[in-house]
Design a binder for this molecule. Structure first.
Ligand code: HQG
Length: 181
């Protein structure tokens, strides 16, 4: 499959597995899993047909490993990034001393006032490396990278999780833990 076609399917999967399963009448369970056969049938009916092999390829080659099959490979879900309520049963993990968040200038006044909030998603997304934060911020314009004193947050009792694809997640980052560099 061409990269362009894989990206199209990946975007569609992000929509139905993270944000709007109802767009194709899909049912996710409480942990965010969709039945693969149901997903394929309903996607086809909704105008985005793909084969099992194509789906396997999209999952395997996805640049951020956004999706995962369960052990039986009968179900699929998004590893993170949801806006609908799902219980991902994420592992609580002790974070490194610093984590990074990529954003843009126009959000800084608000971030300085209220800290980092999860906005429409279920968590604030952070990364262990600056390059990822740079890429995330660049989606919206010139990236501004914020360092988060995650070690201190953790010692203060704030929990961190890591998704199956290595994204650091937390509920909110209060203003006092953000470093503007
Ligand atoms: C900003 C993509 C004003 C925050 C990416 C961000 C990532 C505030 C935006 C993943 C704020 C939310 C997540 C506050 C935070 N006031 N703005 N208090 N607190 N913000 O997309 O981190 O390709 O929900 O800085 O690559 O940009 O979808 O979060 O700009 O990994 O897999 O509000 O989504 O991955 O935007 O991106 P998002 P994000 P995927």
């Amino acid at each position: 499959m061409k990269e362009k076609d894989r990206n199209k399917i990946s975007k569609f999967l992000s929509l139905v597995l993270r944000h709007k399963p109802e767009a194709i009448g899909l049912q996710l369970d409480e942990n965010g899993w969709a039945d693969v056969l149901e997903l394929m049938a309903k996607s086809a009916a909704g105008g985005q047909a793909f084969s099992r092999e194509e789906l396997e390829e999209v999952v395997a080659l996805n640049d951020k490993q956004r999706f995962a099959f369960d052990d039986s490979r009968a179900r699929i879900r998004a590893n993170q990034g949801h806006s609908i309520e799902v219980e991902l049963q994420l592992e609580v993990r002790r974070p490194p001393e610093l984590l990074y968040h990529g954003t843009v200038e126009r959000f800084l006044t608000s971030i300085r006032a209220e800290g980092l909030r999860k906005m429409s998603r279920n968590h604030v997304h952070l990364s262990a490396d600056r390059e990822t934060a740079q890429r995330v911020g660049s989606r919206r314009g010139e990236a501004v990278i914020l360092a988060v004193r995650s070690g201190e947050m953790s010692r203060d009792g704030i929990e961190f999780f890591i998704s199956d694809n290595g994204v650091w997640l937390t509920d909110a980052v209060p203003v006092g833990y953000i470093q503007y560099e």
